[in-house]
Design a protein around this ligand. Structure first.
Ligand code: F6R
Length: 608
């Protein structure tokens, strides 16, 4: 949550900072601001609302100068307001700070600083930082920041400038992401790589308590003790275009269309016909897999829904018991784990605070952790024992789409890898699944070609206030994801139910005209799903079904049916989720919602 940027060079900092922030708006968009040093003076412009508001202000009153920092906020402590916007400064307005994270002991620090005469102008936790740095400042900003962070508890990525040392920019992180972009005689800091991609592909990925000090002498990386450290430069291979909209009206639509490629990329070199599955960053041995007593899959939101499928396929293919947990609930139930327990965390960003705290708890209990994440160098990838990257590429839209399907692919890969190690499936059975997986990108393309069918449906239904999603088995897992997608971007209330569960309560909600989206992709339970559909259509529900090509018998029982390509039952979620993503997208468009930035949501949720 929140995005920070910094620039140090010979160009005007303001447009570079604003452009960087525009690439980070997915991290929060409650307010934005920049601070720049100009001729020895610190100037700050900041305001509530989207980045466009800040741009308008800068147009009226430009900020000149070559060193600056910027921030885009997702409010945690203190409502979205001009006062609570970053950058924050000390009282003399000589030190300016942008912060991403939460200072957990800020109340204590605030009281302590107030007792020393410091005055606060915002309700934020972040404002303690410039005052704390001011308290320790004695002509050396690096020393002051180093001292200040020893007092700060919680998470932070901060960038600091001061008019007293106008040719210096200092940044440091702990539990919040921070990268450093290396240009030609110019440097950038940012919460995430897309913010610097238009300028450089060479970056440092900072670890906890690592500092970067940028000055006219160049760049220095320091550890918490102030000792110089050397780091490998990470070369970003993504195309800068990949982080842009690429001709689509919204990132979400673009990302929905990128799914065939994302599925293919995630399988590349892992699913090869006739060869055993080998996973580069997973070092768990055959022996350790055989000794596993249990697997926990832990994640949030959409990633959790990928976990629902993961539980199903790992148990089915590898015969290892799997427990599935919502990350924010995990620690409250004193989970039973030991060295023979495996935790799989699924997280697109690899920075989600709830997921990270579950990961840390598992590690403290001696369990092994595999992270399934989309972000190289993310906290999850660094702290887990093993990593399986989903190669979805940067996902900018807040609503997760391509990350979800790649998380599903990761679940299949892990299930097959374990099945291969435990020999719970024959080589022929594994090959059969691999062949079916390799057909998925093409089948996903087919669904995308028929998107008009879904679009037409939304034109008739977008004004409804409630909807239901139903399905059995893996269709239920996808129903949950479809329902989440619909609520988060179109603000239409929806619930997902296991179709067989309707009769135990929710059927009371069915009346004339109730809209129900029914998934009937699972051969094994097809007839039972159709029976459940009949139970609700007789009560007036208007059922829109998604069924595999060829199952025309369903037409008699539903208001309308959209046919989707037939795939192996266990792989169906990869295909059936796509029309549901499109459905949410077009519903949101019909309603005029801000698809890529739904209200109250942020892409990367780095607070618990
Ligand atoms: C929904 C969505 C969220 C995320 C959740 C976890 O579209 O994107 O529900 O899935 O916040 O985020 P990650 O995967 O980054 O841990």
């Amino acid at each position: 949550m929140c995005g920070i940027v910094g620039y140090f060079g010979s160009k005007q900092a303001s447009p570079i900072l604003v452009e960087g922030l525009s690439k980070l708006e997915y991290r929060g968009y409650d307010s934005a601001g920049i601070a720049i040093i100009n001729e020895g003076h610190l100037k700050v412009t900041k305001c509530k609302g989207r980045l466009a508001n800040l741009e308008a202000q800068l147009l009226e009153e430009p900020l000149m100068g070559n060193v600056g920092i910027g921030h885009t906020r997702w409010a945690t402590h203190g409502k979205p307001s001009d006062e609570n916007s970053h950058p924050h400064t000390n009282e003399k307005e000589t030190i300016s700070v942008v912060h991403n994270g939460i200072i957990e002991n800020y109340i204590h620090l605030r009281e302590w600083l107030m007792s020393k005469g410091y005055k606060f102008t915002s309700e934020t936790d972040s404002e303690v930082i410039p005052h704390l740095i001011d308290f320790y400042y004695n002509g050396d900003i690096v020393d002051a920041v180093m001292k200040a962070i020893t007092k700060m508890e919680g998470s932070y990525a901060i960038a600091v400038i001061t008019s007293d040392e106008p040719d210096k920019l200092v940044a440091v992180r702990k539990d919040s992401p921070l990268i450093v972009g290396l240009g030609k005689d110019e440097f950038y800091v940012a919460s995430d790589i897309p913010a610097v991609l238009n300028h450089t592909r060479e970056v440092y990925l900072l670890e906890d308590k690592e500092f970067v000090v940028i000055s006219s002498d160049g760049i220095k990386l320091l550890d918490a003790e102030g000792e110089t450290i050397n780091k490998e430069i990470f070369h970003v291979t993504w195309d800068a275009e990949a982080a842009e909209k690429g001709g689509y009206e919204h990132f979400m639509l673009k990302e929905i269309h990128e799914q065939p490629k994302a599925i293919r990329d995630t399988m590349t070199s892992r699913i090869v016909l006739g060869e055993p599955i080998t996973l580069d960053d997973i070092n768990i041995t055959k022996e350790q897999i055989k000794n596993l007593n249990k697997i926990y899959i832990v994640a949030c939101g959409t990633a959790y829904h990928a976990g629902v499928v993961g539980k199903y396929v790992i148990e089915k293919l590898a015969r290892i018991p799997v427990e599935l947990d919502i990350a924010s609930e995990f620690k409250y139930r004193d989970p039973i784990m030991d060295k023979n327990t495996l935790m799989i965390v699924i997280s697109q960003s690899g920075e989600t605070a709830d997921t990270m705290s579950a990961l840390r708890l598992a590690k403290s209990k001696g369990a092994r952790v595999i992270a399934v994440t989309n972000v190289v160098g993310s906290a999850a990838s660094r702290e887990a024992d093993d990593v399986l990257y989903t190669w979805a590429g940067p996902e900018i839209a807040v609503a997760s789409t391509k990350a979800y399907v790649t998380q599903l692919i990761a679940m299949y890969i892990i299930a097959l890898f374990f099945a291969q190690s435990k020999e719970t499936l024959s080589n022929e059975e594994i090959e059969e699944i691999k062949i079916a997986m390799m057909e998925l990108p093409e089948k996903a393309e087919e669904v995308l070609k028929n998107k008009e069918t879904v679009q037409k449906f939304t034109a008739k239904t977008y004004m409804h206030k409630d909807m239901f999603f139903i399905g059995r088995g893996l269709d239920y897992a996808v129903a949950m994801e479809g329902s989440l997608k619909l609520k988060e971007i179109s603000y239409i209330h929806s619930d997902a139910y296991a179709a067989g569960e309707l009769k135990h309560g929710p059927i009371a909600l069915m009346e004339e005209g109730t809209i129900v989206i029914a998934l009937a992709t699972q051969e094994a339970v097809f007839d039972k799903t159709v029976s459940n559909i009949k139970e609700i259509t007789t009560r007036g529900a208007k059922v829109f079904a998604f069924a595999p090509v060829g199952h025309t018998e369903i037409e008699k029982s539903v208001f309308s049916v959209t046919y989707i390509p037939k795939v192996m039952d266990i792989l169906a979620p990869v295909i059936s989720v796509i029309p549901l993503q499109l459905l949410s997208y077009y519903m949101a468009i019909q309603k005029g919602c801000d698809v890529d930035k739904p209200r109250n949501l942020a892409k990367s949720v780095t607070v618990e």
